[in-house]
Write a new protein. Structure first.
Ligand code: SAH
Length: 252
């Protein structure tokens, strides 16, 4: 029997932002593999085995999932947000490419989810309505100089930037360094949004300007959006402003 390996994006937190396709893939699995807190978000199903692992063990977890699927099990690997964005889908393909030849015969399916930047953008207005990019600020898997070069190139090119993994206890200074670098390229008033725990009960969203952005405001559950010089801000009485990317105002 050919094993099944689904890599499933759970969305940002609220079960209403889990797609019906993802829900079906989870319910159909004999085994769930993933980081403990993400598994905890999946409703229990009868006779389903759960294999929880730590946050860092991505490749080991992917190999475990492939090995399980190769025995004929129906395995679902879970990720938050979208499984293909800074998440488990890449680790699964890395495991397949470097692993047992039989793993290439697995029935692999990537089930997309609502990524943090999409959930955050929907709260903020329409900040991703024109050209944008996503950058992970984590320097666990790439040198900090590479992150800086990408930030500078993206800002200079006029992209709105969605920053994933902006700050953690192990990486306390990188976001401040990034704000300093971006401040040397973008106008001081460029809008910056901090979107924390979007769609979860602790959700907190704050809109500020680059010159006032406090890196301490971000944690591991925060998506930071950096506007472009073209981004518009609509102030509202007694409410958070809206940010939107105009459809065609870029200067040539
Ligand atoms: N695959 C995920 C991203 C995983 S990287 C996705 O597509 O969303 C982890 C980073 O995602 C966090 O550090 C944070 O920047 C962001 N993130 C995940 N869930 C979030 C949420 N509910 N609100 C804000 N940011 C979130």
């Amino acid at each position: 029997m050919r094993g099944r390996l689904a890599v499933v994006g759970l969305g940002p937190g609220d079960p209403r932002q889990l797609t019906p396709e993802a829900g079906a893939a989870l319910a159909d699995a004999s085994d769930l593999v993933g980081y403990g807190p993400y598994l905890a978000r999946v409703p229990a199903a009868p006779n389903q085995v759960r294999h929880a692992s730590g946050n860092r063990a991505e490749l080991a977890r992917a190999r475990q999932a492939a090995a399980l699927a190769a025995t004929g099990r129906r395995v679902a690997v879970v990720s938050s947000g979208d499984a293909g964005i800074f998440a488990m889908a890449s680790a699964v393909f890395e495991a397949i490419e470097t692993g047992e030849p039989t793993w290439r015969e697995l029935d692999v399916e990537i089930v997309p989810g609502i990524s943090a930047m999409l959930a955050a953008a929907a709260r903020i207005g329409a900040p991703l309505g024109h050209d944008f990019c996503a950058i992970s600020l984590s320097d666990n898997l790439k040198p900090w100089e590479v992150v800086r070069a990408r930030l500078a190139a993206a800002a200079a090119a006029g992209f709105v930037i969605a920053l994933y993994n902006p700050r953690s206890r192990a990486r306390p200074w990188q976001l401040g360094d990034a704000f300093g670098l971006l401040g040397s390229i973008l106008p001081a008033a460029t809008p910056v949004a901090f979107a924390t725990a979007v769609t979860r009960p602790e959700e907190r969203i704050e809109i500020t300007a680059l010159e006032k952005a406090d890196p301490e405001r971000a944690d591991m559950r925060t998506l930071v959006l950096i506007g472009s010089a073209a981004m518009r801000r609509i102030d509202r009485p007694g409410a958070r402003p809206w940010l939107y990317a105009p459809r065609g105002s870029d200067a040539a």
